[in-house]
Design a protein around this ligand. Structure first.
Ligand SMILES: [Zn+2]
Ligand SMILES: [Zn+2]
Length: 568
């Protein structure tokens, strides 16, 4: 099917004159990118009721189809002169258009700032017949660059953090996303009068860093009222969090303890508690969902209580090893137990989500050897019926971090379709993002992963982890010197320089504090970090004190330095 030739339009885009916003936005995006590819403006025609029986030849016809799922679409050509793009509400048609542009016309959106829109004198389409929907209902590469709404939409991610306007198809919006107990009942307002609302630990009600006494009926009542109020006030949100705080100290009073012992896990009281809230929510808001965590002390599934149908359980991989696929890691303390937990939760809920980790959080710039596990783990989640996946990377305001843009791209491909091929996605990204420098950078990544293969890697490893070595650093500098010589423009050079920061960071961290060159190297490194817009090297820690601390300390793990005020 011919779309345009030497800047002259050979077809038209047809939508109904009563088409909704999704179809109008999809048509405008299709028109815009076809213009960028072929330097040709394809007209958009609005069909009226009188056109009902008309056959639109040489046309791309966009319409909503209620029989398709909310993110499902069909691309169907007919007689070499018609292409139908149909999709469900609210995002199917938009996704259909971006899939056409990506899979059939070669457009790629690698990061929020780097894309490839090929130029063509002739735009032609082959015969197409396909229907697609995502492997997961919720897909979020949780790193700063990937919050960009246009990037998310074009890569078919519906991230909470993307804030995609509803006119463009919207996204899956959560009201509070994280640990939320203290937002429901705060110890400052309640503890003095009602210490019994909070955890009993070693015979005492705990005020600081506490959880709730989950079997206290007043706690259930107050939290239910708060959640209902939030649902009323935030109709645009789908999911409301009732999640344990990010520390231990669960309640050990007799009532809570009895349930947890019978259930074989602290998730017993949590699911019991969340179910009561979810039951009230369901009566008034049957489409809204309540989210809770299976995290640290609640990671193991309960024996008998079952999450209600409107409860999302989000199982977290925080303790796991990330250099080996979850199913293959031979380590027994934690990782095999994670598989047990995945299986157990998967057997008792249809709304199992995963919160996964894809960056070193102690050192955002350390090379993180997890690229070989992404595909295997996402396939594993899919096989166990997981419905949503968040992949947490560097979410700080300045973003950056080691290869976060690469990871976001690869994850987007795999979360839509776990069979896409991580290798294919990595190669696409390296070529598109680093141009001529792709080969040595790919070699660098391979070296890092080969070095880590014999070891378990965790998200809080330090620069003294056994998989880093002086030899690795030496080869890294060599490869990046080669990479810099292969770039073809200033943008590529800047990207390669940012990709080299992790080697420099690793080298500096491992240098002896007595080496007089160390301080000078840190200053130069810090200048380049600031120039790259990076705001954190260590999760939540302020940049300038971090740099000072680096200068004066060596391989230190305590690192008591100020947090950014926005995390407080
Ligand atoms: Zn209790
Ligand atoms: Zn391992």
């Amino acid at each position: 099917m011919l779309i345009s030739e030497n800047g002259r339009s050979k077809c038209q885009i047809v939508i109904a004159n009563k088409a909704g916003r999704q179809v109008r936005y999809a048509a405008s995006q299709l028109q815009q990118f076809l213009f960028e590819i072929g330097s040709c403006r394809i007209p958009v025609i609005e069909a009226t009721a009188e056109d009902e029986n008309r056959v639109w030849e040489n046309s791309i016809i966009l319409f909503e189809d209620q029989n398709l799922g909310p993110e499902e679409f069909c691309l169907q050509t007919k007689d070499n002169n018609q292409l139908f793009i149909s999709g469900g509400l609210p995002r199917g048609v938009v996704y259909g258009v971006f899939t056409l542009l990506e899979d059939y016309l070669g457009c790629k959106w690698f990061s929020s700032r780097v894309s490839r829109i090929p130029k063509r004198e002739i735009i032609e389409l082959p015969a197409i017949s396909e229907r697609q929907k995502p492997a997961f209902e919720y897909r979020e590469p949780y790193m700063r660059d990937a919050f960009d709404p246009a990037w998310c939409l074009r890569n078919r991610m519906n991230s909470n953090k993307s804030f995609i306007p509803s006119d463009y198809g919207g996204h899956m919006r959560w009201y509070n996303f994280h640990h939320s107990f203290y937002q429901l009942i705060n110890e400052k307002d309640y503890f003095d009068e009602h210490p019994e609302y909070f955890s009993m630990v070693n015979g005492k009600r705990v005020r600081e860093r506490s959880q709730f006494c989950l079997t206290n009926p007043d706690v259930v009542r107050i939290c239910t009222e708060k959640v209902l109020e939030r649902i009323r006030e935030n109709p645009e949100c789908t999911v409301f969090s009732v999640g344990q705080n990010d520390w231990g100290n669960y309640c050990q009073c007799d009532n809570c303890k009895a349930i947890d012992e019978a259930e074989g896990s602290q998730s017993g009281t949590v699911i019991n508690f969340v179910n009561q809230i979810a039951e009230e929510v369901e009566k008034r808001y049957p489409d809204k969902l309540i989210h809770t965590f299976a995290y640290r002390y609640t990671r193991k599934a309960p024996r008998s209580v079952r999450p209600r149908r409107n409860v999302i359980v989000r199982l977290c991989t925080i303790e796991c090893c990330f250099s080996h696929p979850l199913e293959e890691c031979g380590e027994h303390n934690g990782d095999n137990l994670f598989l047990r937990d995945l299986k157990e939760w998967s057997a008792i809920t249809d709304r199992l989500y995963i919160w996964d980790y894809v960056t070193n959080f102690s050192h955002y710039l350390l090379p993180f050897p997890n690229l070989n596990v992404l595909e295997a783990n996402i396939k594993l989640f899919h096989r166990y019926g997981v419905k949503g996946v968040l992949e947490q990377g560097n979410f700080s305001f300045g973003g950056g971090g080691e290869m976060n843009e690469l990871r976001a791209y690869v994850l987007a491909k795999l979360l839509w379709n776990p069979d896409y091929g991580a290798r294919r996605a990595i190669d696409e990204f390296l070529d598109g993002y680093f141009g001529g420098a792709a080969q040595p950078i790919g070699e660098w990544l391979k070296l890092v992963h080969d070095a880590a293969a014999p070891y378990h890697a965790r998200i809080y490893d330090g620069p003294d982890a056994p998989y880093y070595s002086d030899e690795l650093i030496r080869k890294g500098f060599e490869l990046f010197d080669r990479a810099i010589n292969l770039v073809s423009n200033e943008e590529e050079r800047a990207r390669v320089e940012i990709a080299r920061l992790p080697v420099r960071y690793l080298a500096i961290c491992r240098m002896s504090p007595d080496d007089p060159a160390r301080s000078v190297l840190i200053d130069k490194f810090a200048d380049d970090v600031r120039a790259a817009g990076i705001t954190e090297l260590w999760e939540r820690k302020r940049l300038e004190p971090t740099i000072e601390y680096l200068k004066n300390n060596w391989l230190d793990r305590k690192r008591e330095i100020p947090r950014w005020s926005y995390y407080m």
